[in-house]
Design a protein around this ligand. Sequence first.
Ligand code: PGA
Length: 243
Amino acid sequence: MRKIVIAGNWKMFKTQAESKEFLQGFLPHLEETPETREVLLCPPFTGLSVLSKYLHGSRVQLGAQNLHWEEFGAYTGEISGPMLSEIGVRYVIVGHSERRQYFGETDATVNLRLRAAQRHGLMPILCVGETKQQRDAGETESLIINQLDKDLVDIDQENLVIAYEPIWAIGTGDTCEATEANRVIGLIRSKLGNPNVSIQYGGSVKPNNIDEIMAQPEIDGVLVGGASLEPESFARLVNYQEL
Ligand code: PGA
């Protein structure tokens, strides 16, 4: 069964105090949320333990934004799978386009990080997607297939979420048409060995487009940046209306 996963990626936003304040506004809205929807928050590393404490007993799952492939070692600035699972983290975003673009992440390192996540019992969310230039050049399909081929080597598709995030739609307000996101996600699904992998859409998901996005048959959830930072707007996404 494909699970619906609504995830907030806070990127480098929110101190611990701000995280607590967010939860006070957000958690009461979950009373209206159907049980079938998995709700997930991915704060910066410093927010993980405070969220872990305050989310204890709630249905919101905790996700990290990255992990290293080794268990420990001399890797300044990195964090490992056992460190995340110890504090109750269940999901981890891997290969976000901002990691690929600004921090030298390659398909080879994405693959290592995916394997490490699975080794340590974390559910990875693999991000793939094309730039505007690649889309305009008609390379969207080949680029994504190439990313999947390289990123998914020896990955267990029973424990995997994928997010299709066209880079030109991230943080720009320039959302991909819901039907086009549906088409690309259908293509991604056709390349997988397991048809039950949940595949999210990400890129300028907002309260005013969530219902249309979630009405698409191939789309199993959303990965949200900006609109996950305010309790009211993230609540509207989590409580999207079925059309
Ligand atoms: P956005 O970010 O919702 O702010 O466009 C999405 C993402 O980067 O996952």
